[in-house]
Design a protein around this ligand. Structure first.
Ligand SMILES: [Zn+2]
Length: 427
């Protein structure tokens, strides 16, 4: 890429800074809250119509029959493709259009796109409508440069990432939208910070554990068997054995923040006994059931069998040792860890672009949680995929979420340079 071309491309993006901010604000104004999955269709149409007007081939794909899909809340995805004049690879930018609920504590309207102190505020500003706007401006600027583009550029706006991606990337990946020969390289503009290249994420296992007891009158608990006390014994074993063992396990995955560079387990919820009350009076009963949901995040060095096995071992040993102990365990959700090659084309070219735009070395990281890369990797069998985008990861899902305008612009430049290198076969 000649210096002159690069300079012009970067100037073009800078000249469109205001437009990038406006686009971010327009995207924020669609309250695409998931669950339940509001306003997906108008948001997808807005993106599709913009890109169609610029010469993209635009398709809408409804994920019929996936969780939450119905005629009132259709799971509509948009995929736009711009085909260059000659053959070459396809670089795809994938953003999820859904956002999590707003929650309490906002000092600005979460859906108006307030601009203040060099930042755009709103639900999704950081995760990840800002990143989507940056990628759209990057791709449009490349096309408008008039340079002959070998290969194709794609932009997708997909749904339901925040609830597992089944109506979005999972659905599309199963139908070939994220596989070769259609697509070669994928950048997901999730908010991992402007100078970081995210190559993967830890694994997840969610499970429900239930302990059983026997109901009796609360004044004579010795006649029953308390399921909450049985569950307490489980948690006590976790405290004594499992948590210390997990804390010893560190990973070679560059997970951020540091606290997530080991195995973790969250006790998601814990319910036991009758919770109904009559005018403030609970019923006097010994609980015959207690349920706990655990959220275990695991490392690429651990197998899912090991992870499940060590919880099962705790329960089985209580079964042998604790009188009256009975349990059930049910899997709720699982995702294997994934990690792309930090020396793969998309990671390396993006890191080079970060060096060029920001004047510092890129940091290679892994995400503590999962995102849609899992479906692209496992279903699409496409390994050359990273997450890269503006926004501070810690702000995602928080009140007063924002994205820094300067980061929007810098990330857009990085995306444009990286895509241009990839299209021109720099591997
Ligand atoms: Zn996200």
């Amino acid at each position: 890429m000649t210096q002159e071309f690069t300079d012009q491309l970067l100037k073009r993006i800078e000249a469109r800074a205001e437009e990038m901010v406006e686009l971010t604000r327009e995207l924020i104004r669609y309250p695409t809250v998931n669950p339940p999955g509001e306003a997906y269709e108008p948001c997808a149409r807005f993106i599709g119509e913009r890109l169609k007007a610029r010469g993209f081939d635009v398709q809408y794909v409804r994920a019929t029959g996936t969780p939450g899909d119905n005629d009132r809340l259709p799971r509509i995805n948009v995929i736009a493709r711009w085909q260059g004049a000659t053959a070459g690879p396809c670089v795809h930018f994938n953003s999820h259009i859904d956002v999590v609920k707003t929650g309490e504590g906002w000092t600005v309207d979460p859906f108006s796109g307030v601009v203040r102190d060099g930042r755009v505020y709103g639900r999704g500003a950081c995760d990840m409508k800002g990143g989507m706007a940056a990628s759209i401006i990057a791709v449009e600027s490349l096309i408008e440069s008039g340079a002959p583009i070998p290969g194709a550029l794609e932009i997708s706006g997909t749904v339901d990432e925040e609830s597992g991606g089944y109506g979005g990337v999972h659905y599309l990946a199963e139908r070939g939208w994220f596989s070769k020969p259609r697509v070669d390289h994928v950048i997901i503009p999730e908010p991992l910070n402007v100078d970081r290249v995210c190559i993967g994420h830890r694994g997840v296992w969610w499970a429900e554990i239930q302990t059983h007891g026997r109901i009796a009158h609360g004044s004579m608990p010795f006649l029953g068997d308390c399921a909450v006390r049985h569950m307490h014994a489980v948690v006590e074993r976790f405290e004594r054995e499992l948590f210390p063992a997990m804390a010893q396990r560190h990973t070679a995955m560059p997970v951020v923040p540091d606290g997530a560079r080991q195995s973790t387990l969250n006790i998601n919820s814990f319910h036991g006994g009758a919770e109904e009350q009559t005018e403030g009076f609970p019923s006097a009963c010994v609980p015959d059931s207690c349920r706990m949901i655990i959220d275990r995040r695991f490392l690429i060095e651990e197998t899912l069998d090991q992870v499940k096995g060590e919880v099962r071992d705790v329960l089985e040993s209580l079964l042998r040792q604790r009188p009256g102990f009975r349990y059930d365990m049910r899997d709720l959700f699982e995702v294997l860890p994934t990690m792309a090659d930090p020396n793969g084309p998309v990671a390396r070219n993006t890191a080079a672009a970060i060096r060029q735009i920001l004047g510092r070395e890129a940091q290679f990281v892994c995400s503590p949680g999962t995102y849609d890369q899992k479906h692209i990797d496992r279903i699409g069998k496409l390994k050359d995929c990273i997450a890269y985008g503006p926004g501070i990861l810690d702000l995602a899902h928080q009140p007063d979420e924002y994205v820094v305008i300067e980061d929007l612009i810098a990330s857009s430049k990085v995306m444009a340079l990286s895509a241009w290198s990839l299209l021109n076969g720099r591997t």
